[in-house]
Design a protein around this ligand. Structure first.
Ligand SMILES: [Mg+2]
Length: 153
């Protein structure tokens, strides 16, 4: 399967970096225009989970929306991937329209970039406690279903 994974709030801990910033909570603070996206900590279990998904034999890509008015963030995201998940080097899509991606699964924590209109299965990360352990279990089960359906043909 071809699987797209969002960065902020799924792979990279944007929220933690925002909360640790000295201006957090002050009026007009825009973390998306202020923070260094390269320095975000990985989300818990994210790196190991991506490896598990790759080990299942899937094609994995990053699908991230970089802030238009913070062009530095585009390169910082690229550098984050190279540093934290080098296996996904050159496998990054930056887009404000996730509904235009062609694939089987999209893992994302928000819905305002077309995620609900993605043509495959949208896994809403964080909703109802959906963490990386649950996501990996879901993908493992879907992998079994796909394997069995191929064998039945
Ligand atoms: Mg996100």
């Amino acid at each position: 399967m071809r699987i797209f994974i969002d960065m902020d709030g799924v792979l990279a801990n944007f929220q933690k970096a925002a909360q640790q910033h000295k201006d957090f909570g002050t009026k007009g603070f825009r973390p998306d225009l202020t923070l260094d996206f390269e320095k975000f900590e990985p989300m818990p279990d994210a790196i190991e989970s991506v490896q598990k998904i790759l080990d299942m034999g899937h094609e994995v890509f990053i699908a991230s929306t970089a802030p238009w008015n913070n062009p530095d963030a585009w390169g910082q995201k690229r550098n984050w991937i190279e540093k934290n998940i080098p296996a996904l080097k050159r496998k990054m899509f930056l887009t404000h329209r996730k509904d235009l991606l062609m694939g089987d699964i999209l893992i994302d924590d928000t819905t305002y970039r077309g995620q609900k209109d993605f043509n495959g299965t949208f896994i809403h990360f964080g909703k109802h406690g959906t963490d990386w352990k649950i996501v990996v279990d879901m993908i493992r089960q879907m992998t079994e279903i796909v394997k069995n359906s191929v064998m039945d043909q």
